[in-house]
Design a protein around this ligand. Structure first.
Ligand SMILES: [Zn+2]
Length: 294
């Protein structure tokens, strides 16, 4: 039986590719959900084995997977999440790197297999809300883009009673959101001398992220800025001892810790039932546009 009525307990499932994907764009949201005692499950397709390593005393390419698993579990404990799951694929690395060719890499997973895993998880967790990447994958990482497409397919097919033997009872989510990085801000970031996009030409950056005009939800996370800092700092292998904001000018750090952005994606069964749209409610208490710069 399908149930997404008001009596259904709210539950949020985040589906991302690597440990830290959930923290950069959503740590403030996760803190807000924690303050409201809403259950949240984090599902990661990989352990981020191909990420850069901030310092050799944190890990090696051989140990990075378990190191990052530990880091994300620590990070999530700060926002009250203890249900962190892994699909067990391997990080595919940035486009054009040798990791792309590893047969265990997420980009090489057969589509039917990956989508079936996601359907099984959606039907097990029974979330009212799913948060994942948009088609942009924030900065186009092949695993981010893959997770977007697979999640789109899985959300729709999880609602089917079709012929998905062994994958649990059909489940229809109430709302789907994409974590969104404002494109205009990524372009500003690209101008900085120590930009993380140093190897990308401006024309390429101009296609990353989400244009501000397409962002549907701005969450005011200023009360949660300190928790977000701590969540991000837990990803030591990725952000280094000085933290992720070490290279950012203070005004950009402040802005980064002031809002999080989402784009709500339409679902084929969308109705006016907003009872199961926790993120709509969180945003409605908050600015629907970027808060004025202070
Ligand atoms: Zn990632």
């Amino acid at each position: 039986m399908m149930r997404t009525d008001a009596a259904v307990e709210e539950r949020v499932l985040l589906i991302f590719a690597h440990p830290d994907d959930e923290s950069f764009g959503s740590a403030g949201l996760l803190a807000m959900l924690d303050d409201r005692d809403l259950p949240v499950v984090l599902l990661l397709a990989t352990r981020g084995e191909a990420g850069e390593i901030s310092s050799p005393d944190v890990g090696t390419p051989e140990t990075l997977g378990p190191v990052r698993e530990r880091e994300v579990r620590q990070a999530m404990a700060i926002v009250g999440i203890n249900d962190v799951r892994f699909l067990g694929y391997r990080d595919s690395g940035m486009a054009g790197t040798p990791e792309n060719d590893d047969p265990r890499a997420l980009v090489n997973a057969p589509d039917a297999e990956l989508v079936a895993h996601l359907i099984g998880q959606i039907r097990d967790v029974r979330p009212t809300t799913v948060v994942t990447f948009g088609a942009d994958g924030i900065y186009g990482h092949p695993d981010h883009v893959r997770i977007h497409h697979a999640t789109m397919a899985a959300v729709r097919r999880a609602a089917d009673d079709g012929t998905l033997a062994g994958l649990g009872e059909p489940w229809r989510i109430g709302a789907l959101y994409f974590s969104a990085a404002p494109r205009e801000r990524m372009l500003e970031w690209h101008e900085l001398p120590n930009t993380p996009f140093h190897d990308m030409p401006r024309e390429q950056v101009a296609k990353l992220g989400t244009p501000m005009s397409e962002i549907t939800h701005w969450l005011d996370i200023r009360p949660y800025a300190d928790r977000k800092r701590r969540v991000l700092a837990s990803h030591r292998s990725q952000v280094g001892v000085n933290g992720p904001m070490a290279d950012l000018p203070p005004e950009m750090t402040e802005r980064f810790l002031a809002t999080e952005q989402l784009r709500r994606a339409p679902l084929p069964w969308d109705s006016n039932n907003v009872a199961t749209r926790i993120i709509d409610r969180l945003a409605s208490d908050n600015p629907t546009e970027p808060p004025a710069a202070t």
